[in-house]
Design a protein around this ligand. Sequence first.
Ligand SMILES: *Cc1c(COP(=O)(O)O)cnc(C)c1O
Length: 382
Amino acid sequence: MKQNEHVPTELEKCAAEPIRPADELVSRFPVTAHPRPANDEQYQESMKSLAFGKVFTDHMAHMRWTHGQGWHDRSIIPFGNIELSPAAAVLHYGQEVFEGIKAYKHTDGSIWTFRPTFNAARINHSSNRMAMPAIDREDFVASLAAYVRADHRWVPSQEGSSLYLRPFVIATEPFLGVHSAHQFDYYVIGSPAGSYFASGVAGISIWVVKGYHRAGPGGTGSAKAGGNYAASLLPQMEAASRGFDQICFLDTYEERYLEELGGMNTFVVMADGSVRTPELSGVILEGGTRSAICRLLRDRGINVTEEKIAIDEIVTGIEKGTVAELFACGTAAVVTPITRLAGEGFDLSLPVGKVMLDTLKALTDIQTGQATDPYGWMYRLA
Ligand SMILES: *Cc1c(COP(=O)(O)O)cnc(C)c1O
């Protein structure tokens, strides 16, 4: 294989398959309008604070899967509490998967999202691992488009802001026996989010954890499943009490190779300009942001390698100056510089680097419509 050539992953292959325009899909999710949507005052207040994850829009998308009937009852319904049997399987055995994707309002008022077919492929990859039913990719995209159309006023338009969309599936069969449930419910909820960079690009501090792992070989690390997050909370709390923003996990065998943060992939920029990122080992989550960044960098002639990256090499590289930057990436924060890296026996600082800043700009310019999108990544929702 030629240097810097990339073999597309299964998710990237699925993501490249074309999909019909939203106009042809949204009728799959008929709307039941909220009888008492947020009033002007509540709405203005929410859109001013843009408190990510705290405020939700007027509606949500829903469909149900039952054994025999498959997915049905597609609809957009008022946002509200959901009723579950206390015996619902998700509450006991954690059978759940989710996605995170954003809707952006462009200056002409149109609303777009980034590579929804990647997220559609990924929720099915996650569901497969968790023994849950697949979702038709056009149903997935239709649910996002119909929901965003019902709640278009909630998509903020300030620079760097977006409506964060959270599709998820839960096992709702009321049964305490251990098997894959016979009933699942899919929802999409959304929360208006301000720019992570409102006060400039702020670096994060990372504690490299030993003794705790979010996932292991053969486990559920490559699935976007709530349980992986549950496993990361205790080490995250311990690191926070020592003053660190986030943690980075190492492999389970040797505790030597970088995996990822609790919810973000990582990149290492070498002083010679080349870029490295941990390979998709089956343990880390394949990020859409990671995939897009690899593509953007390679197309600029930057050599990107996906490989095992030993923490001791990174530590000596930072000390010797052969490692220039570290950054993390994911849909929520896009790209975040890591400006402090510490663990047992080391505590190092790094600058906010140029590769990180250029990558952030290139990606957000495409997402916000300020740059043309040569990749066909953007999809019009409304
Ligand atoms: C969602 C997620 C990411 C980032 O994925 P994106 O598609 O880039 O948002 C990385 N790691 C974990 C564990 C995640 O759950």
